[in-house]
Design a protein around this ligand. Structure first.
Ligand SMILES: [Zn+2]
Length: 175
């Protein structure tokens, strides 16, 4: 199986960079269980055929906040393998560009997921579509939170970059 994505910022394999998005509490629990399960690594390698490493990291962060971050540490430790799989797993929607109710290319909600939510409300069969819809409803606000934290990090980094670089010629040029 080949993955054509570039390595992570520290030169990691893309799959390694993706799994580094797991929160520290989960990574510690996985380490106590003997490390990242082979099933999780295979899942991430498979998902890299459908998403970029950055998109998979965002999936992991978003689902963590939406589904698991409120759980007690003991439960996270007990369910570590299952949670690791859940965070990286392919979305339930049949639309390949739907990311938990969000259309990646169009940047708006997924009509298929909305329709499924309507059907589910009319005739509840099981909990899965409802939980997917709940996650979809949280997507927008969680995306904002993640983007804001990234923006703050980038602002910090670009200030550091400016300190390392001489002033740009444009700023001193007189027209
Ligand atoms: Zn969808």
């Amino acid at each position: 199986m080949t993955v054509s994505h570039p390595p992570g910022p520290q030169g990691q394999h893309p799959a390694v960079w993706v799994t580094q998005a797991y929160p520290p509490v989960l990574q510690a629990a996985l380490a106590r269980h003997g490390g990242l399960p082979a099933s999780v690594r295979q899942l991430v390698l498979h998902e890299l055929h459908h998403r970029t490493p950055a998109e998979l990291r965002e999936r992991i962060e978003r689902r963590w906040y939406a589904r698991f971050s409120h759980l007690p540490a003991g439960e996270i430790a007990d369910r570590a393998d299952e949670i690791a799989l859940d965070l990286a797993a392919a979305p339930a929607c049949l639309d390949p560009r739907c990311e938990d109710g969000w259309q990646l290319d169009a940047d708006h909600g997924c009509p298929r997921c909305r329709q499924r939510l309507v059907n589910t409300n009319a005739l509840p069969l099981d909990g899965e579509p409802a939980s997917t819809a709940t996650a979809a409803a949280a997507v927008a606000s969680i995306r904002r939170t993640i983007l804001l934290s990234r923006t703050a990090t980038h602002a910090h980094q670009s200030k550091a970059d400016q300190r390392r670089q001489p002033p740009s010629p444009q700023s001193t040029r007189v027209s």
